[in-house]
Design a protein. Structure first.
Lengths: 498, 498, 498
């Protein structure tokens, strides 16, 4: 019997609402959450209904704690009394750690945080938050915005250019544009600037005045001082493991031309099987059983999920440190290289004193990168995962092909770099900003678009069009040809101008 | 009991066919429709089966009229006797208003129209047709083909170029190519040129000889003099509301690089939730209940559908005037601007006497555009819709970000325009046709491809790759650089040729 | 009752495993297959589970032989005793024709072939293998790698370029890169180089050392001397007809920019209906009933499947010769032309003694191409298929539009060819390799990317964006303009260098 029935009249109204919408709650709601819903059921009903589809609404942490170890969906061992007996409702999440939350405000008699952060989710999911803390994603803002090279790229790409008196002027990007370009994925800095009034359906109310909000970028800086947004992948307010395990979620950011993981997956054999058959699979079971719950991996299967064999042996442990099963870094940097030791990549200094894991000519800043032994361990984890379905020789053949691809794509970047350096030397372009002139842009395409496409397609067993014509080798070689031709045309022009 | 049993022998055969295909009809068919099906069940069985999946085949207008107001799927109050008691079958749709239909012909004893038009659908759906009549889509052919600027763009893009004696010659596009490029979406002019014989499985028959047919472009000119094709979105012969509400329908035309609504949706958070969860949603219920029937909007939810809250309050009324919830126009024109007052945009004249809502430098032809007050009203409708799931502050933050994006993307177009004007001034290119030379083509890309991508991604809460790298800011700035470089190269060439 | 129960202790363990995974087998397994599964259930459980979802695991050839002709899924009339009474398990497929298999090896007491080939599948599916043998896909490696023109294209596109002492050097592509680019789809040459040891979960084992493995390219050269990989479309080990009939399978190779069949389908009306409604369709029934099992075609419906009408009349016979319903060849060659007579296109010699079906100026090598009468027959097959749902006039209108498109796209290629020839004549570029310089690359784009996109969109009734802006006419004309401008810039440079 539903415990909320003892809360009297208000609740009867609430119950009526719930029941009239045809849903029988199987877990009691806290009095505060009932209060939230009593209004929000009218003011933002979509959220409430979405939450009603969630596991959060249908179970209590007390029940979740009783599950056998492999089936557990929460990683804490104990919880405060006020969280344990109720469904995980509005108030349970939006009232954590109020003392840290500069976005906390008094809202119809309750103290509410606008933004729910990893530090709040940690109450039930501490292991996941801890794993996440070690990842590059955790440092996603800093890694792009506090690295002077990347900051220059960001500013060059997203700043408005204007023509004034015939001159092209580059302006700094606005907060707003950063918010929906780079920081849309990496995360914005959400700070409270104080309070403000907003006029709502329920009248004027006073709420925190937040910067760069709304945003669910994975490395978001939160008003409680924490980093990260679980909602980047676990969409509010259903928080469905099914959503996180399907590739659509990853595709929000991992998309061509710079990070074509989604596109490559779509065209791969794994993708073919997923899209053709996934309606027969289970995306909700924990642990996730290879072969029974699914017959081809999604992104999450290889990179994150706890997988077990049909007889219950652990194939790979769950992780929310997204690089922890990776031995090489394939994208986003000029050359491929071993994964960095720390998720915070701003600490890296290469041989040319740039905060990059390789030099422009490809030398590794090895002391900041994992060593061969650690690479081997991680590769072994991934190989073992592949071997759930593929023979050892098959897997070896796959990864040795990838190794060759990494080498060749790096060679193609090196060729582009040499052309760019010659253009700088001949003063055809200026090396002050390596991203703002035509040859430099071609150079950037070489590693940021084309190398990445080819490597992803190689790593993900397929998508021959992404290696060949669609941002692949065709573009690689055509682009080099353009660089060469453009240098010659500009050189000629320069000489004849003398 | 099915009324058609009383029609005797022919019908028994027909019934046998229907029943042998396992479907029990729940609505009586008119004698004429039975005649149609008796043959078409053999000659074009796919259509018949498709129609058998439709609501049209399973209900009568009489029953449809009885539904409570919000659940109604037809908007007429009364219907002629011959339509009311039968399922909506072949004959009911293909025999309307024969006097207007130049494509009417005698077909095995019945007078049949080849093309079913909005004016025919109006018998049951007058409100929808009326709404549609106010839309830009209704005028989709005229808006592109009777606007001299757009006509020039169309001709330049789709005409064959040949090389004759070393000269490049531009030819006018063929009807056939227009039919499958621009007019594939905008609609062709379907006229009857008389009658012709065709050899079919059933022997030689005489049918109307129609121009530019088949076509389901949304603004099609029909042989009854009407405009529009409901089948652009309501695919024949299932006419499924499910199809119209799913984003695949819109993606037929609203696709990158010029109108990347589908692509942006796919990569957005809304899209992520849709693709991951839609198998659990209801796409067939009228009215469509926010949060219960779906937990993330599709195109139709925001732009067209009648939405109600879980307790039955109307969130937004149904509309088939696709711009009626829009306050700004984001795509297809050089600069963003308030929506035009009339769906017929050929009536606009700007300050430079061009039939465009802005000048090449961005000044608005304000008298033809909705004013601030109307803009505010429409924005309020959309905001209210968003607030079904999002807080007021969230929604405000979203739309203020969009406003900034509109401003900046217009600035980027202005920069490109200034470069093009300087190329014209220097006689590097010729301003007779603003679309046919290299710098002009780059200028067109700036607003037709890149601005649109960025604005859509901004408007639709996500898809950071479409703002950043995929036809977004990267291309915006790279393209401006190309314009500048190309002008310099050509200028040099021109000077040294002197 | 399952026969395997009589095999004693090992089998009891095996049965336990099978039953503990909740699946009751309805067909007996051979003793050898039981042995395979006893280990592989632990070593590669994903494969075993995948196979358990297959029809192969659930029926015996004996039962398959009993089906009425149209419902048959195997095309043999008789089978050897050892295959007929057991489910089609590991051993049944991996032990065929061992005498031919250079990849045969002794594996825990059984003689196993690593690679299962069309010649092995032929035991049950001889008609399909025979059809396939006539196709261009069967010769897919030779057609690209033994045609000197295509070999040059392949080498130019996929070879690493390096910069050495300021010079750009083109290198030959590595086996490994060919393997994951062109040959990813066309197929690799899988040969046995001898034996090697690999360390597996079950200890060190000795296995054949295969070149270019793994690969499922459709024309793969197999270690038994046969050609082809059924797994290109029938993904292992589910071998699901559903997968082969869904367009995701074709999208692995038929993908923009060079072969945009998938992309065009996605944006077409057929695709719209498929994606919106396919969850209600049947993809598993044989024969496949037009209108009842599906209401819009997938790739397989038009190109491969046995289709019948709702009353059981054959609409079109099954074929695995993928060109056999095609009268023109739309992609991959410089100009469109009648389909070649032989699937082996290396035998063609055109008027300029090149192994191409047309000359660079578009003359057909007619003696190697099907004639008008054969074209007419094939077109009639396809038209008949369309007429399952569309009227004769509709179908005629469609194909006459396609014909015009073929003519115009060929004209656009001719214009590009003339520009390239003039560049060669003026010695701006060198005609030694027609693919490695900028103007040549633009020429290649014209036919390899843009013509193909427009033709596919025309042929597949839709996707106006692929004819207009997305690799369509916009690019066609812009690209010609670039060719012209680039020739002028280079010419100027060349002249002023004199």
């Amino acid at each position: 019997m539903n415990k909320i029935t003892k809360h009297g009249i208000t609740l009867s109204v609430f119950l009526l609402v719930i029941f009239s919408s045809g849903i029988i709650l199987s877990a009691p709601l806290s009095p505060q959450t009932q209060t939230c819903i009593a209004c929000h059921n009218a003011s933002t009903p979509g959220i409430v209904e979405d939450w009603l589809t969630s596991r959060h609404s249908k179970t209590t942490p007390a029940e979740a704690l009783k599950k056998p170890s492999l089936e557990k969906r929460i990683s804490t061992d104990s919880l405060p009394k006020e969280l344990i007996e109720y469904a995980v409702g509005c108030y349970e999440c939006h009232s954590q750690n109020t003392e840290n939350h500069k976005d906390n405000f008094s809202h119809f008699g309750l103290r509410i945080n606008v933004v729910v952060t990893p530090n709040d989710c940690k109450a039930c999911h501490p292991a996941e938050v801890k794993q996440f803390t070690g990842s590059k994603k955790f440092h996603a803002i800093k890694n792009i915005m506090e690295n002077p090279v990347y900051k220059t790229l960001v500013n060059t790409v997203t700043g408005v250019r204007t023509i004034e008196k015939g001159m092209m002027i580059s302006n700094k990007p606005s907060e707003s544009t950063l918010h929906e370009t780079c920081l849309g994925c990496h995360g914005t800095k959400v700070e409270s600037k104080g309070m403000k009034n907003v006029t709502t359906k329920s009248g004027e109310i006073t709420v925190p005045d937040l910067t760069n909000w709304p945003n669910q970028g994975v490395g978001r800086e939160n008003p409680d001082g924490s980093l990260g947004a679980c909602t980047a992948c676990h969409a509010r307010h259903g928080f469905s493991i099914e959503v996180a395990r399907k590739p659509y979620t990853c595709s929000q950011c991992h998309h061509e031309p710079d990070v074509p993981a989604w596109n490559v997956y779509h065209e791969s054999k794994h993708g073919d099987i997923f899209f053709s058959k996934y309606h027969e699979w289970s995306f909700d079971s924990v642990p996730w059983v290879v072969g029974k719950d699914f017959q081809a991996p999604t992104c999450a299967a290889c990179h994150n999920s706890l997988l077990v064999s049909p007889r219950g042996d652990v194939v790979v442990e769950r992780t929310h440190d997204f690089g922890s099963r990776l031995w090489v870094r394939l994208f986003g940097l000029i050359y491929s290289h071993p994964q960095p030791k720390s998720g915070n990549t701003t600490i890296i200094t290469n041989q040319n004193n740039l905060p990059l894991p390789t030099t422009f000519l490809g030398e590794h800043a090895s002391e900041y990168l994992i060593d061969k032994s650690e690479q081997g361990k991680r590769l072994a984890v991934m190989e073992n995962l592949c071997k759930s379905c593929h023979s050892t020789d098959w897997v070896n053949g796959h990864f040795s092909k990838l190794e060759n691809t990494i080498r060749e794509t790096d060679e193609m970047t090196l060729a582009a770099t040499k052309l760019m350096l010659s253009a700088w030397e001949k003063e055809i372009e200026d090396n002050g900003n390596p991203f703002d002139e035509a040859i430099e842009q071609m150079w950037t395409r070489q590693w940021l678009f084309y190398s990445n496409s080819i490597r992803y397609a190689s790593a993900m067993t397929g998508a021959p069009d992404y290696t060949a014509f669609k941002n692949g080798w065709w573009y690689f070689n055509e682009n080099l040809q353009h660089m060469k031709d453009f240098i010659e045309l500009k050189e000629k022009k320069k000489n004849s101008a003398k």
